[in-house]
Write a protein that binds this ligand. Sequence first.
Ligand code: ZN
Length: 240
Amino acid sequence: MAVFVALGAFLMTLAGGWVAQRVTDRRHLVLGFAGGLMLGVVGLDLLPEAVDAAGEPVFGVPAALLLFVGGFLLAHLVERLLAVRRAAHGAGEERVPQVGLTAAAAMVGHSLMDGIALGAAFQVGAGMGAAVALAVITHDFADGFNTYTITSLYGNARHKAVFMLFADALAPIVGAATTLLFTLPEELLGCYLGFFGGALLYLAAAEILPEAHHAHPARSTLLCTVAGVGFIWLVVGVAD
Ligand SMILES: [Zn+2]
């Protein structure tokens, strides 16, 4: 089942990359919608599941929420470090292809973790599996979009961007397949989902949404974001 869902993740990642390559004039609407999907997935799907699964609070705070904050901070840290490297290579303007490839490789590593979370969630139960499947499949669109965009943005050849996109699309399947070899305890999975939610929210708030409004600050983009959140709420409600 998990490997089957991972196949959906594979197709969704490719769809995201394809849109990133195709859509230029409606890019801001797609990004706005993707930001809304990510916000919805974190707040309405991942965090409730993570808090349920993660077990005992640590010093008065649910462990999943501590890791949520940790994930947000770590994503912020990584982004700042990349920005410093960028600035060191010529006044922040000149783009170094290696930075794009490093960021894309980090996305592939992250997608591998998505697959592991997916496999582990189906081991816990069908409800948990469905929740994580929703999170992985919807945000994989954004993953594919970002992997393609970030690789080509830094001046890498198109075939490199396509290669990174395929690696990112295959990663969830590989990750899900590895969980056939071991079992992840539910508490650990809950903690990972909290952490993952924090990183995802950071990506939506600091990268995707500002990029969506960068060239066209428009009401239609905002509406797309709200529609993205609403869509996730609908899916969570129906799945419930
Ligand atoms: Zn992902």
